[in-house]
Design a protein around this ligand. Structure first.
Ligand code: FE2
Length: 386
């Protein structure tokens, strides 16, 4: 299987020429979760994942409807939001989906233009452009709906010198666990319903000017029991990558169907965060209680040198060390990558995290899909949802 996928031509050069530049994106600005108890969730992301206290809004700052904690680690910003009254519409989201990602905020130079360009191409408006000011300057925000109840906000902060957004204050805490080396968001994956993948691929092409640079069908992504299909969408400069998955027919229920059932619709399945030293990062995460999917079997690690072929001699990490931490290895024409997946970080089997270290490879670990999905299926079997 990996052999077949390794021959994929990523076509990135085509992206750089071909992508329409009507929506220049500077990067991911932040990811906002709607959660049942932001105070406790913030403690979890600090303690377990090494995020740092960064900004806050709540009753003390005049925010009467909701409280938000902003956490930061290198370039990654997470916002955790909980409603403060039963009247807030945020409750509806939490009742339906449980804790999950509401906003994927994208950093732009011109939020008004981003709104015009996307809504004129068919995006549904979520938030008309609005300028917010405080003593540090002005931020312009706008937003559109994407799959499920997830939204993209466009954040223009070129005239702003504050740390996060107007309405927030710096969050100074006496409790500051050390970071674990998470650097930036590598990609964020969406799960959509049966037959919806190509609809959303076209939406990202038409509305946001993204290109599909990698595709996997169910003949490539399957186990004995289940299958899925996936297409990777990238913006023009390659900084934003959104793979989109849909379930495919199999003997048993796939992880995508399990997600759709428990999230009650389409939504963000996983957030992949990059590190420069996955052995150090994963060692720390494990010591802090982060739960990962089970380690692939012995045969998986025995097969690694053969699978890596010409990249085998480049492997700087000791295979025994990788095995002891459950880290998986994959290679493509350009190099290799190391990755590992957490268990879902909520009680519903929905959102999880991926930790990834790229050593030249630009793929997504296709050679690991089988081992990974078998590991997920072992968890599904325990939950009675396979
Ligand atoms: Fe991933």
């Amino acid at each position: 299987m990996s052999k077949e996928i390794k021959s994929v031509n990523y076509g990135l050069e085509k992206i750089f020429e071909g992508a329409q530049d009507f929506l220049p994106l500077l990067g991911t600005d932040y990811v906002e979760f709607y959660v049942g108890n932001a105070k406790q969730a913030a403690h979890f992301y600090k303690t377990a994942f090494g995020f740092q206290s960064y900004a806050y809004k709540g009753l003390e700052t005049g925010s009467r409807e909701a409280v938000s904690y902003v956490l930061k680690q290198d370039k990654i910003k997470l916002v955790l939001t909980t409603p403060l009254t039963s009247k807030s519409s945020i409750n509806d989201h939490i009742v339906k989906h449980g804790d999950g990602v509401k906003v994927i905020a994208l950093w732009v130079d011109d939020a008004r233009q981003a709104y015009r360009e996307t809504t004129s191409r068919g995006a549904t408006s979520y938030m008309e452009p609005v300028a917010e000011q405080d003593e540090y300057g002005e931020v312009v925000k706008s937003g559109i709906h994407t799959y499920g109840e997830t939204v993209h906000l466009f954040i223009e902060r070129k005239n702003y010198k504050g740390n996060f957004l107007p309405g927030y204050v710096a969050w100074e805490s006496d409790y500051n666990p050390t970071p674990v080396g998470l650097k930036y968001i590598d990609h964020m994956v969406g799960n959509v319903g049966w037959g919806q993948m190509n609809t959303w691929v076209k939406w990202y092409e038409d509305v946001m000017g993204f290109e599909n640079f990698l595709s996997f069908d169910d003949t490539q992504i399957h186990t004995e029991y289940s299958a899925l299909m996936s297409k990777v969408m990238s913006n023009g400069n390659g900084r934003i990558k959104f793979p989109i998955n849909e379930p495919a027919e199999g003997k048993k229920k796939s992880q995508i169907e399990e997600y759709l059932e428990f999230y009650e619709g389409a939504g963000v399945q996983h957030i992949a965060v990059a590190t420069d030293d996955i052995i150090s990062t994963v060692s720390q995460l494990r010591a802090r209680g982060v739960e990962f999917l089970s380690t692939p079997p012995e045969e998986y690690y025995k097969a690694v040198p053969g699978r890596l072929e010409e990249h085998s001699h480049q492997l700087r990490e000791n295979i025994e060390t990788l095995k002891s931490l459950g880290i998986m290895i994959d290679a493509d024409d350009e190099g290799y990558l190391l990755q590992i997946f957490t268990k879902p970080v909520e009680d519903r089997p929905t959102l999880f995290f991926e930790i990834i270290q790229r050593m030249g490879a630009r793929g997504f670990g296709a050679g690991n899909f089988k081992a990974l999905f078998e590991s997920i299926e072992r968890e599904q079997a325990k939950r009675g949802t396979l």
